[in-house]
Design a protein around this ligand. Structure first.
Ligand SMILES: [Zn+2]
Length: 379
């Protein structure tokens, strides 16, 4: 017959222990019998129901009935029992039993008195994982090629001063070369001297100056980063894009080092069969300057894809990939390097453009509109 809370004849600790032990044994046994939601409710009402629940009964029959000098002892026992009852009732949840798997029995054993059946072999809920953005992925690839050559990574602010973006890179105020970089200026800077006025950097080159200011040669760095120019967005332009630049300064660095380094980097990026070619160019901060081309890795340099003309190389078999040159000695003057003792080269490439070529994307805007259907193709 079901357990009823007995009246206590004695309130000695030994008698209390015995009564508590019996009550806990019954509690455990009844918890094991809970197999359905109806059972669980009945179990809960029987033990913690306000009116005739077991907890109410031990409160009335044991605590209230206890003589004054035993109240403290009894109160403590009743509190302990209450905690045990509450925890057991709380845990007595019934699970829905689905196709029994061997694991189910194990879980039941581990949980002991708590009647739970849980199929841990069911698949969980998968959260969709993000993937690396194709432009960031491309930047990482470029950076890792140079890291393997011993270059370290440097970064700098996207909001720059006129001094670091232009002047220290040998673009004097009012020099026409500034017009080649349509610059976005920060408003209300007119009261400042020109060199302190803020702008969105148009290239990552200011980081070359900042690094040379704090570091003595030898310097070998790559600079990945975001840049801005006042270019209206279209399929091949974006007012925000990404560059990876590099700088190597040491004693006796020559144009041969520049060519060898970049030729190796292009083979590492686009495959060992690509060829490189240089033609003269102009940048204020390098002298001499060059543009480098790689043989088209899409058509293999033939200018054709089957009977079709190869569009990425405009049928020439070559793709312009980066600008480079020997650091102009004037630049060393801004960073306290001695142009008689050191020489070096610098190069810069557009990461977005390389990603476009690598992945055959026909519109740069696709990179930045955040359409998951586009981005998940690069996972
Ligand atoms: Zn081609």
């Amino acid at each position: 017959m079901a357990y009823t809370v007995p009246k206590l004849k004695s309130f000695t600790p030994a008698a209390l222990d015995k009564a508590a032990e019996k009550l806990l044994a019954v509690l455990k046994e009844e918890a094991q019998g809970v197999t359905s939601e109806a059972d669980r409710k009945a179990f809960r009402d029987r033990w913690i129901g306000r009116k005739n629940g077991v907890l109410t009964e031990i409160n009335d029959l044991w605590l209230k009935a206890a003589p004054k000098d035993a109240k403290r002892e009894v109160g403590q026992r009743v509190n302990e029992l209450r905690a045990a009852v509450m925890a057991t009732v709380e845990n007595a949840r019934t699970g829905v039993t689905i196709a029994p798997a061997p694991a189910v029995a194990k879980v039941g054993a581990v949980l002991g008195s708590v009647s739970v059946s849980l199929d841990i072999t069911l698949p969980g809920i998968r959260r969709p994982l993000g993937s690396e953005h194709p432009v960031i992925k491309t930047m990482h690839e470029i950076v890792s090629v140079f890291r393997n050559l011993g270059y370290s990574v440097e970064e700098g602010p996207v909001i720059e001063t006129d001094y670091y973006n232009f002047e220290a890179l040998n673009f004097p105020p009012n020099h026409p070369a500034r017009d080649t970089q349509d610059t976005l200026f920060i408003a209300r800077q007119e009261s400042k001297p020109q060199r302190d006025r803020l702008l969105l950097r148009t290239h990552t080159s200011p980081v070359q100056i900042r690094t040379m200011e704090k570091m003595k040669p030898p310097v070998r760095i790559v600079i990945p980063g975001k840049v801005h120019r006042n270019d209206p967005p279209d399929a091949s332009h974006s007012p925000m894009f990404h560059q990876v630049e590099g700088l190597a300064v040491d004693a006796n660095i020559t144009f041969c080092d520049l060519k060898g380094t970049l030729d190796h980097a292009m083979k590492a990026l686009f495959g060992s069969s690509v060829k490189t070619s240089f033609r003269p160019s102009f940048f204020p901060f390098t002298e001499p300057s060059a543009e480098m081309m790689v043989s088209c890795f899409i058509c293999g340099g033939s200018g054709k894809r089957g009977p079709e003309p190869c569009r990425p190389c405009k049928q020439t078999g070559w793709i312009e990939i980066l600008g480079c040159g020997m650091v102009d000695p004037n630049v060393y003057g801004f960073v306290d390097y001695d142009p008689k003792k050191v020489s070096g080269f610098a190069f810069g490439m557009g990461a977005d453009r390389i990603a476009i070529l690598k992945y055959g994307v026909d519109d740069i805007q696709l990179f930045f509109i955040g359409d998951v259907r586009f981005l998940e193709q690069f996972g």
